[in-house]
Write a protein of this length. Structure first.
Ligand code: NAP
Length: 330
């Protein structure tokens, strides 16, 4: 495992972070607590020391499972927990709320669920467009100055929104979507973070499984699984993405003797993102962690990836479908 110290902090974290959205069950067709705890332990045993969660993942369920898993594992002081604020839910519907009151209440709830008295990286999950960003930023700064959170982060922010945030608060980490199929940050957010020493913690390294080699046209998603509404999982796009994934899998195997999972996560690092969040919910899904370090891609490989995308993905689409509404309506 490779580790890095996040600039402006004392946090020395693994470059692979375990994402626990699916572990919360909501929008992933349910969860199983014991298997989830074992998944977290499997990742920790392989050197991952950074776990990403959020209150909204299962409306508290993911944080509770992470809290239990970390308590059982011990070594809280050697592990790093990232969680988030500024989303609220009512009757199963999610909306944004970046008010000071909301942030201050959420930190208390998250600390309880995570069974800890500090959060290592605290993110604003989505910007609240109904109020000044300064209000949310000041609340985050206060928590940072009190020492309750050790680093400040934002997620799904534009460059302008980060600029507004930084006029009121330090900003150490940015969490945007980034993977072989979702590259929208390359023109603005990524260079902005590089210029301003903000660490990129990219989410969705496997593009919700499309880059796992385990999705096919026949695969059915159960219950509330978000892939039922993900535009990439609908025809004609699904066939295009699957053809591209197949070509990428062959490239990974032939050139590097690696799985598509390892190739996709490695690609995020090769493109300059310091941290990749990779979501899983079974211990066996953590097996490829060992395959990701100790090798690199040459420029020819990176350009072959681009050619595969250009050849097969005719109508690319990003992760925008995940954006929650700005206010509760209806
Ligand atoms: N800040 C935000 O707004 C935001 C948004 C999205 C995600 N995130 C964070 O980023 C994390 C990762 O994103 P993500 O969970 O959406 O997607 P992801 O990492 O791109 O894909 C995760 C899915 O891929 C499949 N998978 C994982 N490892 C596998 C393996 N070894 N072999 C085969 N399939 C495998 C699993 O799906 P199946 O088990 O169904 O096959 C898993 O649930 C989240 O958990 C969350 O922490 C943050």
């Amino acid at each position: 495992m490779q580790y890095l110290t996040i600039p402006g902090t004392d946090l020395c974290v693994s470059r692979i972070s375990l994402g626990t959205w699916a572990i919360g069950g909501w929008m992933w067709g349910g969860t199983e607590e014991r298997e989830s705890i074992e998944t977290i332990h499997a990742a920790l045993n392989k050197g991952v020391n950074l776990i990403d969660t959020a209150p909204v993942y299962g409306f508290g369920a993911s944080e509770q499972i992470v809290g239990k898993a970390v308590e059982e594992y011990g070594k809280r002081g050697e592990l790093f927990l990232s969680t988030k604020a500024a989303l609220e839910w009512k009757d199963g519907r999610v909306f944004r709320n970046g008010s000071r009151d909301r942030v201050m209440r959420e930190i208390e709830d998250s600390l309880k669920r995570l069974r800890t008295d500090y959060i290592d990286i605290y993110f604003v999950h989505w910007p609240d467009l109904t109020r000044p960003i300064a209000e949310t930023a000041k609340a985050m700064r206060d928590l940072y100055e009190q020492g309750v959170i050790k680093a400040v982060g934002v997620s799904n922010f534009t460059q302008d929104q980060m600029e507004a945030f930084r006029s009121e608060s330090p900003l150490h980490v940015c969490q945007p979507p980034y993977n072989i199929f979702e590259r929208g940050i390359e023109s603005d957010i990524k260079p902005y973070c590089e210029r301003n020493s903000i660490t990129l913690m990219a989410y969705g390294a496997l593009c919700r499984g499309l880059l796992s080699g385990k999705v096919s046209k026949e695969r059915k998603f159960e219950g509330d699984d978000l892939r039922k509404v993900d535009p990439k999982f609908k025809e004609p796009r699904l066939s295009q993405y699957l053809k591209a994934a197949d070509k990428l899998q062959k490239l990974a195997g032939k050139r590097f003797n690696k799985s598509l999972v390892a190739f996709a996560v490695r690609w995020v690092f090769e493109k300059g993102a310091p941290i990749a969040i990779w979501g899983g919910r079974t211990p066996s899904q953590m097996a490829p962690i060992d395959e990701i370090v100790g090798w690199s891609m040459d420029l020819a490989t990176l350009s072959t990836v681009d050619s595969i995308l250009a050849e097969f993905v005719k109508a690319p689409v990003g992760a925008e479908f995940m954006a929650p509404p700005t206010g509760l309506t209806g």
